[in-house]
Design a protein around this ligand. Structure first.
Ligand SMILES: C[S@@+](CC[C@H](N)C(=O)[O-])C[C@H]1O[C@@H](n2cnc3c(N)ncnc32)[C@H](O)[C@@H]1O
Length: 278
């Protein structure tokens, strides 16, 4: 199932709100007004959105440099703002291939116009719940070889998946389809305050046209990664995930943060033969 194709600039929209928080130019008064409401509930929302984006870029760089990953599937592409995954990965090795997935029609239009390149970068319509189907899609397979390790990135999108165990099912199904040596990065909006969770969740769900999950607590999010083996430093406020020299990594708090990490898929994590499809 997909969200509507209609671009309604009079109603707030998740991707445009994120663009506003990241300092981009693709937003309208309704998006800015919704962000101001969000900032009244969670005053760190801007820093946390920026921290999640910086985590996405640091994780990409780490995976390309240290794990020699050359194929990336990115869920929640977002509106092109600053630097994207393909720019980081292809600056390390120009042969890196990237598939961006999103289900927002405006994101797809912008990303196709600005990012898509034959045999290098592809933009497709899919949400995190369709990850398993997408990995079988012939369009993706023309770019990504499933027999080789790849990275699948769910940064700042796991909270869009509904159901108490929805994000865990997405991560497990995805891991079960990846070759050993593949890695999964993911992050989720969290708050330890139930009032903030409820109020911010309602606002973000409205901006997603109802297609959204929940803000959860850290304790709720941890089991989602239960079947995976996170790399050091484990699951953390993403601003603390290998910040290195990134002084702009920002930070969350008990009240509002993106919580996540990067996990490697080991042979034992995968149902036997599950990744050996052709
Ligand atoms: C917070 S942005 C994350 C952007 C990027 N990953 C980053 O970290 O900078 C979330 C993106 O996920 C997309 N999104 C939200 N809910 C979705 C869903 N259910 N299915 C697919 N995409 C969704 C939005 O359109 C938006 O582009």
């Amino acid at each position: 199932m997909q969200r509507s194709d209609v671009i309604d600039v009079a109603a707030p929209n998740l991707a445009r709100m994120n663009n506003y928080l990241l300092g981009g130019k693709d937003h309208y008064p309704a998006d800015r007004e919704a962000c101001e409401r969000l900032l009244r509930i969670a005053p760190q929302a801007r820093e946390v959105a920026q921290a999640a984006h910086r985590f996405l870029l640091r994780a990409t760089s780490h995976l390309a440099r240290e794990h020699r990953i050359r194929q990336f599937v990115v869920f929640g592409a977002g509106l092109p703002t600053q630097v994207g995954v393909h720019q980081i990965a292809q600056s390390i090795d120009v042969r890196c291939r990237i598939v961006y997935a999103d289900d927002d029609p405006l994101v797809l239009t912008h990303a196709r116009a600005r990012w898509e390149r034959p045999r290098r970068t592809l933009v497709v319509r899919a949400g995190p719940e369709q990850a398993a189907q997408l990995l079988l899609d012939p369009q993706l397979r023309a770019l990504i070889d499933p027999a080789l390790p790849m990275a699948v990135l769910f940064v700042s999108v796991l909270h869009t998946v509904p159901g108490p165990a929805g994000p865990r099912a997405v991560l497990e199904r995805t891991a079960g389809m990846l070759a050993p040596g593949s890695l999964i990065a993911g992050s989720h909006l969290v708050s330890e305050d139930p009032v903030v969770r409820q109020r911010a969740g309602a606002l973000l769900r409205e901006a997603a046209g109802g297609w959204w999950g929940r803000v959860r607590s850290r304790a709720e999010v941890e089991p989602f990664f239960g079947g995976l083996r996170p790399l050091a430093p484990g699951l953390v406020d993403v601003s603390r995930w290998r910040p290195g020299g990134d002084r702009t990594a920002g930070g969350g708090s008990r009240l509002w943060a993106e919580y996540g990490g990067v996990a490697m898929v080991q042979p034992g994590d995968v149902p036997e033969g599950a990744w050996l499809f052709s």
